[in-house]
Design a binder for this molecule. Structure first.
Ligand code: ASP
Ligand code: MG
Length: 401
């Protein structure tokens, strides 16, 4: 009959009603005859509360102990969900990450999954048990509990689907799918029926936080179609998959990122090796550089501008200031007052004129573009922070509806 993996997020199990709601969704699928494996997040704000509790005791707790603490959140919700399923009269077993066979690398707090030893889960499925797995955790080669990083229960679900060759992986959450833009900012945003893995990865990187990025990377690698569905109402959600056929859209979504700063090095010598020096210096400090712009050389000098995430600004500026003399630059200019607006869509690869239409939409709103960058499926502009909401709406509406 095949096997389905379902994942329930924290809001979908936050209280007794929601736990029973999830339990009924699970048992309805079980009754249709399929095997069911469930990954579950900690209830509601449990993870945040546990982090806060630890901070009150020790501002710098070890990562090992934090993993022991945080993994407990998912152990509680998995047990409660199993207890609800028992109450509904179905056979069920809850398993911690390590009982379920999740073997990870050793780094606490951001551990990657090495493999899943599926014998225990398969044994439970053979007994026709519903299997509930505590999300976002495993065990490393030292026998210590590890966690996958915030939002990591999605990755538990996708890893289970890959290891058990599930026929589908359903992500139950408190939103009813993936939208063309954040509906809180863009009035005309609408729900997508489908989106490709690559588009989803771009949008997630731009701050659309429906799915954990690593879960989408893993789904792409093993070609597992994900269905993002509401746990609150029963209606079709969004399918995240390799190729999208149903809907012919040039642009799949638009997003705004306020978390950027522009840095410019002014008056650099116009000669070979300068860009190399700057960006290898930044790479050495693990700084993620995004949009890069170099001016045309004039009178033997040129300027190079680029963006970095806000939280990496101080490290970047410090490193660059120190290097100013050796780079031969005159000054460094910092612009905090910017945001990045992007459109994403696999359809733009084969359609010229997408960039022009985006820039026209910004021109119509009298918004000035400071920097531009493009990739095969994304165009980003850097603009003034105050224009962000208007720009997002304008570019969204130019392509969607
Ligand atoms: N409970 C963890 C978190 O809040 C993992 C998850 O929910 O996916 O980040
Ligand atoms: Mg999540």
């Amino acid at each position: 009959m095949g096997l389905i993996v379902q994942k329930f997020g924290g809001t979908s199990v936050k209280d007794k009603e929601r736990v029973f709601n999830a339990a009924r969704t699970i048992t309805a699928a079980y009754e249709s005859g399929t095997d069911i494996v469930v990954a579950v997040s900690a209830q509601g704000k449990t993870t945040d509360e546990l982090i806060e509790k630890a901070a009150q005791i020790n501002p710098k707790p070890s990562k090992r102990e934090m993993d022991v603490l945080l993994s407990a959140g998912e152990q509680i919700s998995s047990a409660l969900l199993a207890i609800a399923i028992e109450q509904l009269g179905f056979p069920v077993v809850s398993l911690t990450g390590w009982q379920a066979g999740f073997v990870t690398r050793s780094n606490h707090g951001a551990a990657r999954i090495k493999r899943i030893e599926t014998a225990r889960i398969k044994n439970e499925l053979d007994k026709r048990n519903i299997v509930i797995v505590a999300g976002f955790q495993g065990i490393n080669r030292f026998g210590d509990i590890t966690t996958f990083g915030r939002g990591g229960s999605d990755t538990t679900a996708v890893a289970l689907a890959a290891a058990l060759k599930a026929k589908s992986c359903q992500i139950y959450t408190d939103v009813d799918g993936v939208y063309t833009a954040d509906p809180r900012i863009v009035k005309n945003a609408r729900k997508l029926d489908e989106i490709t893995f690559d588009e989803m990865l771009e949008l997630a990187a731009l701050g659309a936080q429906v799915l954990h990025n690593r879960s989408v990377e893993m789904a792409k690698k093993y070609n597992i179609t994900l269905e993002v569905v509401s746990s609150l109402e029963s209606k079709p959600g969004t399918k995240v998959k390799e190729v999208v056929s149903m809907e012919k859209m040039l642009i799949r979504g638009a997003a705004k990122d306020d978390n950027v700063v522009r840095l410019s090095l002014i008056g650099l010598p116009d000669m070979p090796g300068i860009a190399f020096k700057i960006f290898s210096l930044l790479a050495g400090k693990h700084i993620n550089v995004d949009i890069i712009l170099q001016s045309v050389g004039r009178d033997g000098t040129k300027d190079i501008s680029f963006t970095v995430p806000v939280d990496q600004k101080d490290i970047a500026v410090e490193a660059l200031k120190e290097a100013l003399p050796s780079l031969g630059a005159q000054t460094i200019d910092i612009d905090d007052n910017v945001c990045k607006v992007s459109i994403v869509g696999a359809g733009m690869q084969s359609n010229p004129g997408v960039a022009a239409r985006m820039f026209e939409a910004l021109y119509d709103e009298n918004i000035n573009i400071k920097m531009i960058s493009t990739s095969e499926i994304k165009i980003s502009v850097l603009i003034e922070a105050k224009d962000g909401t208007a720009a997002l709406n304008a570019v969204h509406d130019a392509f969607i509806n």
